[in-house]
Design a binder for this molecule. Sequence first.
Ligand SMILES: Cc1cc2nc3c(=O)[nH]c(=O)nc-3n(C[C@H](O)[C@H](O)[C@H](O)COP(=O)(O)OP(=O)(O)OC[C@H]3O[C@@H](n4cnc5c(N)ncnc54)[C@H](O)[C@@H]3O)c2cc1C
Length: 416
Amino acid sequence: MRIAIIGAGLLGVASAYYLAKEGHEILVLDRQSGPARETSFANASLLTPNHSFSWAAPSAPWLLLKSLWQADSGLRFKPHMNSQLLDWGLRFLRHCTPGRHRANTLAKTRLCFYSMAETDKVTRETGISWQRGSQGVLYLFRDRHELELNDRNLALLREVGAAIKPISWDEVVAIEPGLAHACSKFVGAMHGTSDEVGDARRFTEALAEVCKARGVTFRLSTTIDGLDLEGDRVTALKTASGPIKADAFVLAAGSYSPQLARRAGLHLPIYPVKGYSITAPVGDPEQAPRTGGLDEGTLVAFARLGDRVRMTSVAEVGGYDTSYSPENFTKILATGRELFRDGIVLDRAEHWACLRPATPDGPPYIGPTSVRNLWLNTGHGYLGWTMCCGSARLLADQMMGRATELDTRLYRYGRY
Ligand SMILES: Cc1cc2nc3c(=O)[nH]c(=O)nc-3n(C[C@H](O)[C@H](O)[C@H](O)COP(=O)(O)OP(=O)(O)OC[C@H]3O[C@@H](n4cnc5c(N)ncnc54)[C@H](O)[C@@H]3O)c2cc1C
């Protein structure tokens, strides 16, 4: 079978890897000049099954409302309105009940754990390296109420195997010596022992090379303008250089998936949620981070990637704008300085912003659609790195008509 995959981000490339293993002829298309040039380019670099909550939570509507007057909050709503947002927002609000939050969080967590095992398998099978760090991830709390709330919420994740526990400040310092000076700023810490750190871009690029060596074709700098349909099947992708035909198509276009799905008559409730990141060289190694973590007070994440440090923040519901200005990075830089002092050369930081493809309930869309040969692997929100290999395996198993290890109804388009 000839399969065309739209998107060479984490999800498109992982899908290509699993489908190529089945012996299919795979073509990956992307408008960018290389793999992982959009959202998969410079994310927070954390693989965090132990922290895989659905954003649609009972507290979310209040947090979004509060962000209208608290400009520096981690979760932000930038006032704007369009029909895509209205539809997504109403669905999001419907999922903010305790019951839906629980079900959606468990669906995500199961996929995250499944995916971590798949990522490990892919890494061993291929020998690719992605600056992997396996010493777990730290969650640092500045507020006692937040810490207690988090511990209560974690009971849910522990039901499906989460390995996360409270640790003392001495234990924090044993993992992250650069934080020895910062004890007075925090009231407590958690350690997600099976969480990991790694560069999503390196992973995607390295896996794309493996795919090429196994016969996958990458057609880059090619924008898909639409889909040709005959009855309930896609026959070709429309491009400026003519139609591209295949027997089956996988839509893995991140935040831009709804626009392409619409051309096939599908309504895909995915909305972009913007985030900002910096990547800076390591300074004094004694003060620099050694692994990954999240400052739950400022909602700034950090990760050590070889001789660089990645820091990210903000979830901003503001449409498709990917521009940024210096003030968008103020909080990240201030947290970097406060926690790691001279450990990160912040004045040499590279800046970046991109869009998380978020579904209203949290879990992604993986599997078939009402268009018989159009499949989805998209909508992974803030956990696309953590969920990528598991999602690609679930997709391939479904396309091959095989039994899957997880209940695919939880990740199916049209599940509500
Ligand atoms: C700031 C930030 C921090 C994050 N941190 C983490 C983290 O620590 N851990 C984690 O698990 N996840 C994290 N994520 C989420 C994760 O990065 C995303 O879920 C993941 O990258 C999405 O991958 P994707 O392949 O779906 O999308 P993308 O990487 O965006 O790939 C989609 C591809 O489709 C292509 N495309 C789109 N439309 C067209 C078209 N019409 N024609 C041709 N090509 C097209 C694009 O060029 C793009 O290359 C973070 C995201 C952000 C923004």
